[in-house]
Write a protein that binds this ligand. Structure first.
Ligand SMILES: Cc1cc2nc3c(=O)[nH]c(=O)nc-3n(C[C@H](O)[C@H](O)[C@H](O)COP(=O)(O)OP(=O)(O)OC[C@H]3O[C@@H](n4cnc5c(N)ncnc54)[C@H](O)[C@@H]3O)c2cc1C
Length: 314
């Protein structure tokens, strides 16, 4: 009846229990405790540190996208400072000839202050990115920002083609959004969605979310768009890869995307070996704490994994 002997099952049940307790209490840990756990997910605090990681990823064959950690800025000065930092990043990427673009959160460049503030900053970034042949990905935040983020994308698309949104597979509206946005200029990242959303607007069951993820990617690839398939779900990656191969979809229509530091059991190397583009999303900056707590809550087993490494346990 069981695939594994009883002591092993008990062991893994205990680990699961320990992991879920850790995931619950992790938000109240002081920063100095979180910092070693954050390290695998965050590429340092400064642009210079982040660029060292981007160079290393490029050398291994990965493309990258850089994200300055942080969101919900409340003053125009802060939003301007973030925009200037992104400009500095775009310049450095170009100077060092790196295979890397940028990902921005609308509330990090001023959407909480006003739509116009975010739009002006986005357009400043897009003009710079265009000059340097780069690309700006508009990350998708929680549902109060979905409409404004898509509106920002559509307004930007009138003037720029080096811009793309993110669509979250868990949102019930996403099938309609993809139908509306799909075109040959459409360059979208599909991810499952990370925020806690109500059942009225978001699918809750993993099987339903996976199913919608599959359908959205296929809708783009049977249409004219380009898709970043952003997931660590190995079954989903395999299923889509098989479908892509059966349908002879050209590799210039899609790429795989993962978050920096998430263990992928050798899968990324095998995707690279097949000639696919694999892009790592690389966050960095002083605001590493909240981001890392979100990542650790998503996969608390990483905590015991790091403990094992620290103490050389088997
Ligand atoms: C490149 C990229 C960009 C993203 N951009 C956005 C965005 O703009 N907006 C948004 O709402 N969400 C974004 N996300 C997050 C995404 O929505 C999911 O919350 C996250 O990727 C987890 O879902 P999953 O598809 O990996 O599948 P899951 O079913 O959650 O996970 C699959 C497997 O991967 C493991 N895993 C997942 N995450 C981690 C982790 N952090 N550490 C270790 N193991 C992990 C799980 O334990 C599980 O074994 C992005 C994700 C990626 C990869």
């Amino acid at each position: 009846m069981f695939d594994e002997p009883a002591p092993l099952l008990l062991n893994s049940a205990l680990m699961n229990l320990l992991n879920s307790i850790l995931a619950t209490i992790i938000s109240i840990f002081p920063r100095w405790i979180i910092k070693p756990f954050a390290k695998p997910y965050v590429a340092g605090e400064t642009i210079a540190e982040a660029l060292v990681h981007i160079n290393a990823l490029n050398e291994k064959g990965f493309a990258a996208t850089l994200d300055i950690l942080g969101e919900h800025v409340q003053t125009i000065d802060e939003a301007t400072d973030i925009t200037k930092s992104y400009i500095e990043i775009l310049d450095s990427i170009s100077e060092q000839n790196l295979n890397c673009n940028i990902s921005i959160k609308p509330t990090h460049i001023g959407l909480d202050i006003s739509y116009e503030t975010a739009k002006n900053n986005l357009f400043t970034l897009l003009a710079k990115a265009k000059e340097l042949h780069s690309f700006v990905r508009i990350d998708m935040e929680d549902s109060p920002y979905t409409d404004a983020s898509i509106k920002l994308y559509l307004e930007a698309l009138i003037h720029y083609d080096n811009v793309g949104p993110v669509i979250q597979a868990y949102l019930r509206r996403s099938t309609e959004d993809i139908k509306r946005l799909n075109s040959e200029k459409f360059n979208v990242r599909i991810c499952k969605g990370i925020y806690s959303e109500s059942e009225t607007i978001a699918l809750q069951r993993k099987t339903e979310i996976n199913d919608q993820f599959n359908q959205l990617v296929k809708a783009i690839l049977t249409g004219d768009g380009y898709v970043g398939i952003a997931t660590h779900d190995l079954n989903l990656i395999d299923a889509l890869e098989n479908w892509i191969s059966d349908n002879e979809i050209s590799p210039d229509r899609f790429e795989f995307q993962v978050l920096f530091g998430v263990p992928m059991s050798g899968h990324l190397q095998s995707l690279l070996a097949k000639g696919y583009t694999v892009r790592q999303y690389v966050p960095f900056g002083k605001d590493w704490h909240d981001y890392s707590v979100r990542r650790l809550k998503e996969n608390p087993s990483i905590i015991s994994y790091i403990f094992k490494n620290m103490f050389k346990m088997d």
